[in-house]
Structures are given as structure tokens and as C-alpha cells.
Design a protein around this ligand. Sequence first.
Ligand code: UDP
Ligand code: MG
Length: 138
Amino acid sequence: MEKTLSIIKPDGVRRGLIGEVIRRLEKAEIEIAAMKMLHMTKKEAEGFYAVHREKPFFGSLTDFMSSGPIVVMVLKGEGVIAKYRKLMGATNYKEADPGTIRADFATDIEKNVVHGSDAPETAAEEIKYFFSELEIVK
Ligand code: UDP
Ligand code: MG
């Protein structure tokens, strides 16, 4: 059974979009196997986005991701990585398909409301970053 990491980013939490994102997951019949709220430090955000360390947007992205509380979730199901990426929409909300979370709510290429893992290996790494085995529903 495939798993992926979902994050409702600080802009999503600040703007009262937690319920909206979860409603869309439930409507799509995506199973939530773990969920919690936390506020990352700058260092923790840098660790999470380490793959983007060399990118010009790294400093701004990690400032943003540590600017307020986030909701992290483990999603589970067949093909859930691609299924959730489809619900999210493209990184750049201007290119996101209509009806996706990012097309409907993102305000900026950085402040795009949600995160989702992009492959099984990154999903496993990202889930481990936030959750122990005990915290994930079997
Ligand atoms: N990002 C940004 N500027 C860019 C590309 C990405 O600020 O030009 C931010 C954005 O918040 C994005 C995150 O960095 O969600 C991670 O980028 P990635 O390419 O992994 O996009 P994602 O997987 O989130 O769609
Ligand atoms: Mg990514």
C-alpha cells in the first residue's frame, strides 16, 4: 500500500483552509493514516527541504515554511502519491488545472497552500521526518 506525506503549509493554516483541504481528501476517498499540527523552526524547514538547498528560492521557502504552524498528514492508498499530486495541482498555481487546491487557493508560486511527496522514495524519507511507525495507522 502506497503512502505519501501531505502538508497544509503556513498560508493554508493562516487562511483557514485546513478544513477545505481535508474535505477534498475525504471527498476523493483518500485515507488519512496520521495527522498532527506543528511549527517548524528554520533549521527543521531547511532539513525538510534539503533537496532544494542549492535553489535560489531556498532561503525564502524555508523562512515561509517556518513562519507558522502546519498540518502534516500521512495519506495511504493505491496510487496515492499521484492521486494527491493531481488534487494539489502544479507547483505554479498559474499552471495548475482548474479545480485543484493550488489553482483555487494559492496566491504565489511559493505560498501554494499544500505539499505532497513526488515519489515513493521521497515519500518514505518525508514521512520519517515527521512520524514514527507508532503514529501511523496500520
Ligand atoms: N517554490 C518556490 N519557487 C519556485 C519553485 C518552488 O518558491 O520557483 C516553492 C513552492 O512552495 C514549492 C516548493 O518550493 O511547493 C517546493 O518546490 P517543488 O519544485 O518541489 O514543488 P512541489 O513538489 O511542492 O510542487
Ligand atoms: Mg516537491
